[in-house]
Design a protein around this ligand. Structure first.
Ligand code: 5GP
Ligand code: MN
Length: 341
């Protein structure tokens, strides 16, 4: 585990010498990206900093309730304002990602900006494009890292409710509510402290997990019943959703979140894939159990990356060719990737 204390001096120097601090989440931001972004925002405001926030694209419904979420400027909705924020920033902190392509349309401007740049993240293999990289893949979430950093900077004094709610959200969403992911006893101690800060855990759990439309639940049933293919010889299952499938169930952004995890509940299945038809390409999500590195699978074959047990990527082409390519890749490489035996 990375000793985060070695960064506190440098971080506090960056904070004290910067006027305009911009916090950037990754494209298709998840609970951890927004949670860590908002938590750091609340902390920076508490020490009197001028902070602002950008997300490359829209937030999913289940994150919009968070305190401060309405202050996050969405690049593709307000390009001029976001370009100004990037242009005015003298410090840009990127949260929960480590590759420039996760910046979406903001990529070129952020890379060429002369502002100081920091990554705070827990993914493997950070790309080197910033002045400082605070990266610890042994942490369950970026939110856990932000908690530790703020605690060290502030000797544990800053614990506002919006800060604690944001970090709790980041931790529970990245661990599937403590079902998977690299959470540790240290994570649970952090969560204990967050709960002691007065957050309403029931309320948050309901807002995140019990807030689906009836159509989303029916889409889940349809995906499992009609669209899941099981390949016992490769201990693999995959689900394919076409645009038409999504239309029939009045799909909104975020509805398929979590679908890729479901096949892993089947006894013997160690690798799961979800194919979603997009405009001109196929979006893929991968999940695995044990020592099957889906991040390597995604980066070698599907222009993507991620974590050991959770990754994603893309296939430039139609669904049929994506599935053919996936099956061919699986046949040729399953033994190499399956390091469980
Ligand atoms: P999800 O399947 O939930 O969309 O993504 C799971 C994880 O895979 C994300 O946390 C992210 O680390 C990674 N990931 C998903 N899609 C991509 C992608 O297109 N490129 C890269 N580099 N990583 C991705
Ligand atoms: Mn994360």
């Amino acid at each position: 585990m990375l000793e985060l204390s070695k960064y506190t001096k440098e971080l506090s120097k960056y904070f004290s010498t910067s006027e305009n601090i911009l916090l950037v989440a990754h494209i298709n931001p998840d609970g951890d990206a927004i949670g860590s972004q908002l938590a750091l925002y609340h902390y920076l405001k508490s020490i009197g900093k001028n902070a602002s926030m950008i997300s490359p694209n829209n937030l999913q419904e289940f994150l919009k309730w968070m305190d401060g979420a309405e202050l996050i400027d969405v690049f593709i909705r307000n390009r001029d304002k976001c370009r100004k924020l990037i242009g005015n920033a003298d410090l840009i902190i990127m949260l929960d990602f480590n590759q420039t392509d996760r910046l979406g349309e903001a990529e070129d401007q952020v890379i060429s900006s002369t502002a100081g740049k920091i990554i705070i993240d827990h993914h493997l293999n950070p790309q080197s494009f910033t002045d400082l990289i605070i990266s610890d893949p042994s942490r369950c979430s970026t939110s856990e890292i932000v908690y530790e950093l703020v605690s060290m900077l502030n000797e544990g004094h800053f614990r506002s409710k919006p800060f604690a709610e944001a970090l709790y959200t980041g931790i529970i969403t990245d661990t599937g509510n403590f079902e998977h992911g690299a959470y540790t006893s240290r994570t649970l101690r952090i969560v204990a402290d967050l709960l002691d800060s007065g957050i309403e855990k029931e309320k948050i759990l309901n807002l995140i997990y019990n807030n689906f439309s009836a159509e989303r639940m029916r889409l889940q049933g349809f995906a499992l019943n009609e669209k899941m293919v099981i390949l016992p010889e490769f201990q693999t299952a995959y689900i394919i959703l076409t645009r038409k499938d999504l239309e029939i169930y009045n799909h909104v952004k975020g509805d398929t979140e979590g679908f890729v995890n479901m096949p892993l509940s089947i006894k013997g299945i160690i690798f799961s894939a979800l194919f979603i038809e997009k405009d001109g390409f196929i979006k893929l999500s991968f999940r695995s159990k044990g020592n099957f590195p889906v991040n390597e699978f995604a980066s070698e074959y599907f222009l993507g990356g991620g974590h050991l047990n959770a990754s994603g990527g893309e296939f430039p082409g139609n669904l049929e060719s994506a599935v053919d390519f996936f099956l061919k890749t699986l046949r040729e490489n399953f033994m190499r990737f399956n390091k469980n035996n």
